[in-house]
Design a protein around this ligand. Sequence first.
Ligand SMILES: [Mg+2]
Length: 416
Amino acid sequence: MERIILHCDCNNFYASVESLFNPKLRGRPFAVAGDPDQRHGIVLAKNYEAKRYGVKTGNPLWLAKQLCPDIIFVPPHFDLYMNFSQTIRNIYYEYTDRVEPYGMDECWLDVTGCVPAFDGGKMIADELRERIKRELGITISAGVSFNKVFAKLASDYKKPDATTVIPYESFREFVWPLPVGDLLFVGRATARIFERKCIRTIGDLANTSRETLKSWLGKWGEVLWLYANGYDSTPVARFGSQPEIKSIGNSTTLPRDLTELEEVKITFMVLSESVAARLRKHGFQCETVQISIRGTDLSWIERQGKLEAPSCDSTSIYKKALELFIKNWVPGKPIRSLGVRGCNLSSRQVCQLSLMKSVQQIQRREKIEEVLDGLRFRFGNKIVVRGTMLADKSLSDMDPQTDYPHLVLSTVHSQI
Ligand SMILES: [Mg+2]
């Protein structure tokens, strides 16, 4: 049965909410600034007036000011955005229980079975647009298609306050001429690889052989090939459902028995980095960190502890792992293997910035690590190595073993 998937995206979400509460901002260029100390702040969101001057999300404020001298900066009110986000999701839940948030201001809705035919998807999308505009005063862009990837592409296609439909019958005509970078998950690094290979459009990608893509990008290449050809069958998560993966862990049997704390630290860092990278890859954060230690006498322990806040940042995971180790292992007792695992997973809310300073710090580190993920993806794992790891080459060259490769394989596709 053909699915009917909607993707709804609030237009300029933070800025739209701000201008509702501050009518003086309407019609004037303004940006929500990420840091009250404006010398270091960046643009978190801008309205269309500021966009017209070339102001972009992520611009430092001095640059935004240079591009648009009249720009007004306002501080963010995340609690307010959260309230709006929840209210909008509640409206979606009136139509279906299959609502999957993607960040704070975007959601997928599976409305298959809620309307008699595919055309009904557009009717729901138009109704949602009108309702949210009328009831909350902000506009959304909606995409309707037969899978999540194309629904997202459709909602990006026309903004603001528009519905775009990509039906199965004509998806090739619609999607294939678009730039390859428009496809969900083709990030800048992947787009650059494609550019070198002369793959400019989604159609170019779709018409490259699956094997070739696999040889360039590994498993990920195959996934993108499926997406470009309309074969995305990932379900829209049901309300309140938990991720299928329960935990993500890596462990390693060491090149030699360890007795020194410094060596243990390096090993935990390598393991934590790979666990954190895999969490990010699947869009998860973990609340609990678990370590396992096997001694040379085959003694074995497993201990776990909670993080201050759910995270996919390697430093937070590393610190917790080390803390657990120090508490639970006799100093100097020789170690044969070590493992780190992230448990109690939840979907990562990328845009859900916290007001807590410590959480903000973690989120900043997560952002940096994401950039590093991109570098490693492009140039290989050894392109960025922590200073601590250079201390011992045999340990930093370790290739951590993934405990549950079969789980990862089966979920790469379902956790988009
Ligand atoms: Mg948006």
